[in-house]
Design a protein around this ligand. Structure first.
Ligand SMILES: [Zn+2]
Length: 241
């Protein structure tokens, strides 16, 4: 195989490795966003139930204050008992007290029901808080894992870029320019193998006469369909693409 073709094979291997690592790094925000979604959902649920809990607490406070008002009203009425002159007045007074005491019973009942509801809502709040915490921990763990992975890949990328520069320095500028144009246009694969009269970049057939030329691994030959540079891997050759 021609020396420049060997270098192109090396370059393509290096670029494929670089691309693979970059793609992983580029996907990191998306992967974090994916686990962000259950957390936002858990927070929304917690907010909803917390609002319900504070509404119940407010209601209970109102009922307790109403209870106090009625109790005050009763004790005032009771203190007036000595002012009453007739039996009729006294009967009316007793009825009034009785009605207010009934009201107290009803309000106390309401308070009790509110307390029961508050207890179950309180449990739900605690559950939701735990869900939020669990989701936050999950994200933290993932971030930590991805951060470690990204810094490892960054180091590998630095090495690969150095290797790449060395290969590029050994290539004819024109050949490199062709390669680079194809790399950008062909989804990161500028150079592919031809095998059994097929281009392994686009899977189209290669005319037999052209395939004979490709097998020689001498000239820079591009696929008639996808224009990628083609090479042939000789039996027992170590170059893998
Ligand atoms: Zn092709």
């Amino acid at each position: 195989m021609q020396e420049y073709l060997k270098r192109l094979v090396q370059l393509q291997q290096t670029d494929s490795a670089i691309l693979e690592k970059r793609r992983f790094i580029d996907k990191v925000p998306l992967r974090i966003h994916e686990v962000d979604e259950p957390l936002s959902q858990a927070k929304v649920e917690l907010e909803k139930i917390s609002q319900k809990a504070s509404a119940l607490a407010k209601k209970k406070k109102e009922r307790e204050s109403a209870l106090g008002d009625i109790q005050e009203k009763i004790s005032k009425m009771k203190s007036r008992a000595s002012d009453l002159k007739t039996n009729k007045e006294y009967q009316a007074h007793l009825k009034e007290i009785e009605a207010s005491e009934k009201e107290i019973g009803a309000v106390e009942e309401q308070i009790l029901m509110l307390m029961e509801e508050m207890e179950s809502v309180g449990n739900e709040v605690a559950d939701r808080e735990m869900s939020v915490k669990a989701e936050e921990e999950k994200i933290q763990a993932l971030r930590k894992e991805l951060d470690a992975e990204v810094s490892r890949l960054d180091q590998e990328l630095t090495v690969l870029k150095e290797e790449r520069a060395k290969i590029v320095a050994q290539l004819e500028p024109e050949i490199y320019a062709t390669y680079l144009t194809l790399l950008k246009r062909s989804n990161g694969m500028a150079l592919v193998r031809a095998d059994h009269e097929v281009c392994l970049g686009c899977n189209m057939n290669i005319p037999p006469q052209l395939f004979v030329e490709i097998r020689k691994n001498e000239d820079l030959i591009q696929c008639p369909q996808c224009h990628r540079i083609l090479y042939y891997e000789e039996e027992g050759s170590v170059g893998q693409a």
